[in-house]
Structures are given as C-alpha cells and as structure tokens.
Design a protein around this ligand. Structure first.
Ligand code: PLP
Length: 388
C-alpha cells in the first residue's frame, strides 16, 4: 500500500505497476539529463552550519559524548514529545529533508503518478513545509536578484509575494482559456533577451529569465488547466530558452469531472486516484522541472507538508538551505502526517479523493448555476475541470 509506510524510518513500501513513462519525448540514450538548472549566486555561497559537521562526526564516533551544540537529551522532553519519539522530536540529520521513510514514500508517490523520464537517475526528492516554502526556496536557489521570474499574466500572488521582496522581477505572460500561450511566452523571453535566447541554459547573465512558474491544473485564480498539447508546447519553449520550470501543482488531484459525462457527481462517479493528469515532471526528459507537491488541498493545509522533486544538485543545495533557514522540518507535522497515511492506506486515499472531488464538483456546479442565473450578459466564464 503506497500510502502506508510501515516503518517510517526505513522500510520501502512496494507499489503496483508504475504508470508508463512519457512516450512523446523519449529519454536521452543514456537516460542522463541534458539540463542542469543553473543555481543562484546565493546558492553557491550557502554552506552547512559548521556545528552540523561536528555533530555528525561525534555521532559516528563510538562512545563519544557530545558537549557541543544545543541538542537536548530526549529524557528532558515533556511526556507528549517523548511519545512522538526522539527521531522526530530532536534535531537530527534527516529532519531538514524529511525522515528516510517519508522521503522514500514521496519517491514512490512521484513514481506512481508522474513516472519521471529517466526515473531517479539524476533526480531526488525532499520534504517541504508546503508549496509556499517550496516556491520561496526555489526562487532563492534558481534565480538571482534582478532576474525575471516568468508567470501567467494573472498569477497566484504567492509567487510575487516570494519573488519581489527578494529582488526578482515577475513578468506576466498572456493567457487564454487554456492557460499560458506558448507563442506569447517565446515572445516575452525574446523581448527580454533581445532575441538572443540560448538553448544551453548556461547563460545566467543578470536579468535573464531563468524560472518559469506554472500551475498546470486548476490555476489559481483563473481555474485554467493546460491541455497536454499546450504543456508540451510550453516545455518546448522552456527548452529553447534554457528555462527551469517551477511546477506548483497543488490542485493536481482536484479533478472536477466525473468519469462519465453528465453523471450526478456522487463520489462513486468521480475518478479518485485514477486518470491522474500528465504533469510537466512526467514529460521532463531534460531535467528542467522542479515540481512542488502539497497536501494542503488534498488533506489539510495545517499539516504544512509537501515535497519537491528536482535534479540532485538542486536537492542537495535545497537541503543545506533548509538547514540554514529553519534547521529542520517540524517533527510534529511529520508525525501527524505519517499517522494520517497509516490510517488511510491506498484505498482510503482513493475514497477520500472521490469524496473531495465530488464535494468540489458540486460546489462548482452550484456556482455555475448562480452565474447562469445572475451574470448572463454581464460577463463570460469557463467551467473549470480542476480546482476548488
Ligand atoms: N500554490 C498555489 C497555486 C495555491 O493556490 C496555494 C494556496 O492557495 C499554494 C500554492 C499554497 O500551498 P501550500 O499550502 O502548500 O503552501
């Protein structure tokens, strides 16, 4: 059961057959990625807190009692904290990236739903505190002050809230009912680069666009979902100009369409974990996608749990940045999330999703009815396929 990690600190839950890898864009011959997202100047200077190195060395030395660092012994924790366990409640080597078990679980989850081309060769995953955390760290690691972050012309304000105070410029690209228009993206990049876009992605001269921020399913706030052909066209533009795609996809599972058109939107009519859409990660033959997943819209925002899938170099730097910024993820939130996974199991997740999809689809139908009644002739709208 992929949703029920038995031993969160070690075991590797097994999965049923993974989804087929994208056939549209075959892997490069050796399966190696052709693109390394260029890291920011700040990323190059982010280094591990020296105390961490000392602690790891001491831990590896049998009989060594550490008097360094401010790591409290677990015996002084209040009883409730002790119940959660020392591994999750103390400072620990894996807490900036998630426990080994949760990371392995996230890898299996990504494999099942996205089957990234080339698998885990050159890629890795780590836990985040949700996509807001992911977005901010991605902006810090993958762009420099003065650079453009490219987004939809009507975009989720979280990206501007992260990027603008960090000195990045957010450039909005024209959308239609299907989301960002690929030709408009190409024109926008050409406008910035003066027609001198590079295909290698190694041009990190100041001000050059490097990050393309997209929410492919149920975009916030427009509700637009990128059709697969549009995703492929946007990916091709990103390849042409050496852009890294930051895929923020919290509504991936909130499919509002029943399996049979016209069905009454009961939970049994909905798709659950079936028919999951194609993501940018699932077509990422180059290694240019940094994908953010979050449990906020599927379970509850208060878990503050998500995960990022990206190239190994990005993930390694991300782990160090995580240690520098917050030292570790919260053990309490990981413990709560593990308990939820163990309660649900795969069938429970599927059932929960069907209920969720049914709830949101009915709310959507209700709103559309109200629009039909009150807004005809005043404005136009398109009924979304994904979102909440
Ligand atoms: N990204 C988008 C597009 C959102 O709409 C939201 C929440 O509304 C978030 C990210 C925030 O996600 P999280 O709770 O994982 O930080």
């Amino acid at each position: 059961a992929f949703l029920a990690p038995g031993n969160p600190f070690g075991s590797t839950p097994t999965l049923s057959a993974p989804r087929q890898r994208s056939a549209a864009m075959p892997d490069s011959e050796d399966g190696a990625h052709r693109f390394e997202p260029p890291l920011s100047t700040m990323a190059a200077s982010v280094v591990r807190n020296p105390i961490r190195k000392v602690m790891l060395k001491m831990k590896a030395t049998p009989g060594c009692i550490s008097l360094a660092g401010g790591r409290p012994p677990a015996c002084v924790f209040p009883a409730r904290a002790r119940e959660v366990g020392e591994d999750l409640m103390n400072y620990g080597p894996q807490l900036a990236v998630g426990t080994d078990g949760l990371r392995e679980w996230a890898r299996e989850f990504v494999d099942k739903f996205h089957a990234p081309p080339g698998g885990w060769k050159g890629r890795d995953v780590l836990l985040t505190s949700g996509n807001t955390d992911g977005m901010t760290k991605a902006v810090m690691l993958l762009s420099d002050p003065g650079d453009y972050v490219i987004a939809d012309e009507v975009t989720y304000p979280g990206i501007t809230a992260s990027a603008v105070p960090l000195g990045r410029r957010v450039l909005g690209v024209r959308m239609d009912a299907d989301g960002m228009v690929p030709d408009a993206l190409a024109a926008a990049v050409e406008g910035i680069c003066g027609g001198g876009g590079s295909t290698a992605g190694t041009d990190v001269s100041a001000g050059r666009p490097r990050l393309l921020y997209l929410t492919p399913h149920g975009q916030n706030p427009t509700g637009a979902t990128l059709p697969n052909a549009r995703k492929e066209a946007l990916y091709a533009v990103a390849r042409r100009f050496g852009l890294t795609i930051l895929e923020d996809d919290p509504y991936y599972f909130l499919n509002l369409t029943p399996r049979e058109p016209g069905a009454p939107l009961e939970p049994g009519d909905m798709r659950g974990i079936g028919d999951a859409p194609k993501s940018f990660l699932s077509m990422d033959t180059d290694g240019r996608v940094v994908r953010l997943d979050s449990v906020s819209k599927v379970f509850a925002p208060g878990y503050r749990i998500g995960w990022v899938t990206a190239g190994k170099a990005v993930i390694d730097k991300w782990a160090v940045l995580g240690e520098v910024l917050t030292w570790s993820l919260s053990g309490v939130q990981q413990s709560a999330f593990l308990a939820l996974l163990q309660d649900l199991g795969t069938d429970g997740f599927d059932e929960h999703l069907k209920q969720l999809q049914s709830d949101y689809a009915r709310r959507c139908a209700f709103l559309v009815k109200a629009c039909d009644r009150h807004l005809q002739g005043l404005c136009t709208w398109r009924v979304p396929d994904f979102g909440m």
